[in-house]
Design a protein around this ligand. Structure first.
Ligand SMILES: Nc1ncnc2c1ncn2[C@@H]1O[C@H](COP(=O)(O)OP(=O)(O)OP(=O)(O)O)[C@@H](O)[C@H]1O
Ligand SMILES: [Mg+2]
Length: 214
């Protein structure tokens, strides 16, 4: 019997505050990976699987806010588990490169650092929901809070639950992403997201090429 062995794909996550350019860069990176001959898919959180997409609006609308950050962490984690189990793991096993718009670091930053859910609780949720899966590369798009919010605000007038937090919270979230990148340098790269779109895309590609050799 002949066994085909498929080289596992890679999981690349894009993180950062509101309006940093994550969604823009996810699309560009997926196209670029395809041009490099890789099968690549774009996905996002919260959501990414049919069941998780069903609760995306609930999570972003603020309906869960009265239950507190721990409840939000739980719900984001449940959504993430479904996304991993029904979409990401299969894609990686088939050799696809998965580019995800926000992932576990957003839960660490928003519900953990900003919301005050203790780090050991966040770690426990990661262990329970990810079964050891970690991104092969995490790109943190870093931009001053006001610049990012201005970009996001240009796009839509009504801010969602997380965008409408006060500025000091956004500053804490920005710092949380930078701290994660500092602590996990083997996994993370910080990119200056103030540059024009095409230049940010160049830096993203350079990081992917250097770290993962697509
Ligand atoms: N490098 C850039 N320079 C200027 N404008 C940009 C840049 N990248 C993206 N934009 C614009 O800024 C806005 C926000 O970009 P995008 O939606 O990609 O950010 P995001 O990080 O996904 O935001 P959110 O956190 O709201 O999902 C969009 O209107 C986009 O066209
Ligand atoms: Mg986005």
């Amino acid at each position: 019997m002949r066994h085909e062995t498929v080289e596992a794909g890679k999981l690349i996550t894009l993180e950062g505050g509101e309006g940093a350019g994550k969604s823009t860069q996810v699309s560009i990176l997926v196209e670029r990976l395809r041009r490099a001959g890789r099968q690549a898919i774009a996905t996002r959180e919260p959501g990414g699987s049919p069941a998780a997409e069903e609760i995306r609006e609930t999570l972003l609308s603020g309906k869960i806010k009265p239950f507190g950050p721990f409840a939000e962490a739980l719900l984001f984690s449940i959504a993430r588990q479904d996304h991993v189990d029904t979409v990401i793991s299969d894609a990686l096993a088939r050799g696809q490169w998965v580019v995800c718009d926000r992932f576990l670091d957003s839960t660490r930053a928003y519900q953990g650092v900003s919301g005050g859910v203790p780090a050991p609780v966040i770690s426990a949720l990661e262990r329970l929901t990810l079964h050891g899966l970690m991104p092969n590369l995490t790109i943190v798009l870093d931009i001053p809070v006001e610049e990012g919010l201005a970009r996001a605000g240009l796009r839509r007038a009504a801010l969602d639950r997380f965008e409408s937090q006060d500025l000091s919270q956004h500053e804490r979230i920005r710092k949380a992403f930078l701290d994660i990148a500092e602590e996990e340098q083997a996994r993370c790269v910080v990119i200056d997201a103030r540059k024009p779109e095409a230049l940010v895309a160049e830096d993203v590609w350079e990081a992917v090429a250097e770290r993962l050799r697509p």
